[in-house]
Every structure is written in C-alpha cells, then in structure tokens.
Write a protein that binds this ligand. Structure first.
Ligand code: ATP
Ligand code: MG
Length: 418
C-alpha cells in the first residue's frame, strides 16, 4: 500500500453517495434557467493565458497567484480556466454571437484556482455561470437576481443575503480611484503589507481586505457609491426599485468591489453566515467594457457565477434531502434459468422507463432481499426456478406493509404500472 497515488491537493472526487445530490441540485439550476429562456454554451477548460491576464486584470488575486498555467508541447502558454466569463466573451466574439443580437447564456463545469484548500475553497471547484449580452438597462440585472433568488427558493435555502453595490462607469471609477488613493496614501501607516502593495497596483482591492486591523480605515474611506456618475446612479436607483417591487430584499454594501477588474456599475453577492469564512455562494455584476476590451464591439454585459460546493453544503446544512435517480425495482434472481430469463425481463421493464437493478452473481434469497432493501427500490421482483417454469413472478413491496404475492408474468406490467 506504500505507493498509492493520491489526487492532487484541493481537487476532490465526487463519490457515488454524493453525486445524486449534485445531480438534483444541478437539475434544479438547469430547469430554472430554462424557465427564463437561457441557453447553454459549452466552453473549453483550457484557454490561452493572455485571455485571462487581459480580462481579469494583472493585479488581481486570480492572475497574480491562482492560475494553473503551463506551456504545452508547442510552447503555447495555456491556463486552466479560473472562471468562465473570459472564455464566454472570447467564444461570443469569435463566433459572432454579439452581432445585432442579444444573448442569455449559461455554462456549468469545473474551474481551477491554485488557492489554499480549506472548507468551501478548493483548487478544482464547480460553477454555474450565467451571462447576458446586449442589454443596457437595469431590467436584466433584476432578472438575473430574480433568477438566482428563484433557485435558492427551489433549493429550500433561506436567510441568504443579497449584497448590492454600484461601481459606476469606468470614468467615475477612475475618478474615485484617485480620491481613494489620496485617502489611503494619507493613511499609509495604517495599511498592512498586502494593502500597501494593492495601493500601488489596484487600490480598489484594499477595500476588499479581510484583515480585521484594516476595517477601521476601510470604514472611514470615501465611498464609491457617493461618487457615482449620474447615468450609473439612475441605473442603480431603477434596479433598487425593481428589486423592491419583486419583493427581493437587498443590502447596500459600499465596500463590495469584487475581485476582478472588468466589473462596472452593478455588482452583487449572495452570502450566508452558515458556512463560516467562505460565505459567498454567488457573485456577479456588469462588465460593460469587457467585450470591447477583448477585441469585440462595445456590448453591454452582465452575469454571475455560483459555486456548487458551497450551495450543496448549504443544502445539506439546511437538512434538505435532495436526491436524483430513484430506483423502482430490485430484481432477485435465483438459479441459472432465472438469471437468463430475468435479465431479459429486466430489459423489457426498462423499455417502459422503469429503473431496475438486476441482481448479478449468486446469493441466497435472504441476502438478495437485504440488498434490495438497502438499494432504496420500491419493490423487489423475485424469480426462481419454479416461477420460470410456471411463467410466474413474485412481487414484494419493500416500502409498505404488504405481503408478497405471485402474478403471471404477462400481467406484470399492469401490477407495476397501474
Ligand atoms: P471568494 O471571495 O470566496 O474568494 P471570489 O470572489 O473569488 O470568491 P468568484 O470568482 O466571484 O469568487 O466566483 C463565484 C463563486 O464561486 C463564489 O461566490 C464561490 O461560491 C465560488 N468559488 C470561488 N472560488 C472558489 C473556490 N476556490 N472553491 C470553491 N468555490 C469557489
Ligand atoms: Mg477568490
């Protein structure tokens, strides 16, 4: 046993006893997206490194220290996607998806970041990303938030808080960064090392600091929300009104800046206090300049990404049992003749869309019934030599107090599917 190869740190196997919850949650997310007429886009896991450094921003945590980057055999610099927006925009430009049309898109799959693994933070993790292109107004911002709220409702998640902020236009943000930089420079003695570095490279990110010693100076800092341009202010006011009319509660968090450079105007985060330090389950906002920045036309855009691990952890914490793929029948087979006949009968039952587990290998009736019970199946069907020769089969209900009974094989369907 000395030489067992283990998985890469921070990259988890999802085992069979977990995947049914994952499937159930993912299926709720997909159904909800269909209810809003969003369409799936499937994107590569690998992209050219420059795609991420040019979009996410050179001075962000992701690009500075979290990317899995390597040269492939041709010497091309590639990166395992740390998030999906950049790839989605790249694909949209490359395939002309933004020409004179709007898009409501989603994708689901693994993302990769070289972070310190801990509860709720992994190096391979799963996201659903949702992105809309070509919509300028706050109505689509509201739709995205309502869509995510609907997902939480369907998953039975309560007490998730919506935090909201506006970063303004790129211009008002640039003006604000000057004001902020002046303030932080005046107080440079109170900044920790990380923040001093950020003051030079990306001052907005100082506001994002989790260091308790930094909270006072952050609290006192001039607020972006007080420095908004009038168009962004109006957009934000309308969004707040719409959310209120939808009955969606929100909290303005002036310090919510998000870790990625491409955001402007609306930003939001859904957070919970049930998961300890890793409390953000979904985050997003507008990125009206990203398409242009990556070589396309000016196309307004807004989106969000939700983290599956944290959502599923929350579903479990809430005690909601969410399972996919029920088993209808466990078929017990005793003896060679019964095995042959039973396999064929099982095929016919599957033609009727029943989920059926046919016992393989040997085993006494007692041990087969034990396994049938454990399998979660609603009924056991029992086929032995006697049944085969008389074209009968035994039905044994497993989840109700009812004794087993024997029926003619030709009448089986009507007993199973009344
Ligand atoms: P955080 O502040 O937790 O680092 P983030 O701002 O880096 O999050 P985003 O890039 O906006 O996160 O990703 C959206 C969502 O994806 C997060 O809200 C979270 O639920 C999930 N997520 C992000 N990074 C990880 C990770 N390393 N492991 C698990 N889930 C993650
Ligand atoms: Mg992060």
């Amino acid at each position: 046993m000395a030489n067992i190869i283990q998985a890469v740190r921070g990259m988890n196997d999802l085992l069979p006893d977990q995947t049914s919850t994952w499937q159930a949650v993912e299926s709720i997310i997909k159904t909800t997206l269909s209810e809003y007429a969003y369409k799936e886009i499937r994107l590569p896991l690998l992209e050219k490194t420059t795609l991420f450094s040019r979009s996410i921003g050179g001075a962000t945590d992701i690009v500075e220290k979290e990317m899995y980057t390597f040269a492939d055999r041709n010497g091309d610099n590639l990166t395992l996607r740390p998030e999906g927006t950049a790839g989605c925009v790249r694909a949209g430009i490359e395939n002309g998806l933004f020409h004179n049309q709007t898009q409501r898109l989603w994708y689901m799959g693994p993302m990769f970041r070289h972070e310190r693994p801990q509860k709720g933070r992994y190096r391979q993790f799963y996201q659903t990303g949702v992105e809309c292109f070509g919509f300028d107004g706050p109505d689509i911002d509201c739709e995205l938030i309502a869509l995510s709220a609907r997902i939480w409702r369907k998953l039975g998640l309560e007490n998730i808080k919506l935090e909201l902020n506006s970063l303004g236009s790129l211009e008002s943000r640039t003006a604000y960064i000057k004001v902020l930089t002046a303030y932080l420079s005046d107080n440079v003695d109170e900044l920790d090392e990380d923040s001093r570095r950020r003051l030079k490279s990306n001052p907005l990110r100082v506001l994002d600091s989790k260091n308790p010693d930094m909270q006072n100076i952050i609290e006192q800092a001039p607020k972006l929300i007080d420095n908004l341009d009038s168009v962004s202010q109006e957009h934000f006011n309308q969004l707040k009104e719409m959310l209120t009319s939808h009955g969606i509660k929100f909290f303005i968090n002036p310090r919510l800046v998000r870790g990625l450079d491409y955001y402007s105007r609306t930003v939001f985060e859904w957070t919970t206090d049930k998961l300890g330090a890793q409390g953000a389950i979904c985050a997003g906002g507008r990125f009206d300049s990203l398409v242009e920045q990556l070589g396309g036309k000016q196309v307004p855009a807004v989106g969000f990404a939700m983290g599956h691990e944290r959502i599923i952890e929350l579903v479990k914490t809430a005690g909601n049992s969410m399972q996919s793929g029920h088993l209808d029948i466990y078929m017990c087979l005793l003896g060679g003749e019964a095995k042959r006949a039973g396999m064929l009968l099982a095929e016919k039952l599957r033609d009727k869309s029943l989920n059926i587990l046919a016992h393989c290998g040997d085993g006494s009736i007692k041990s087969q019934l034990k396994q049938a019970d454990k399998s979660g199946a609603k009924v056991a069907l029992i086929l032995g030599e006697d049944e085969v020769s008389s074209d009968k089969i035994i039905i044994k209900p497993l989840r109700e107090k009812k004794s087993q009974y024997s029926v003619d094989q030709k009448d089986l369907f009507s007993h199973l599917l009344p």
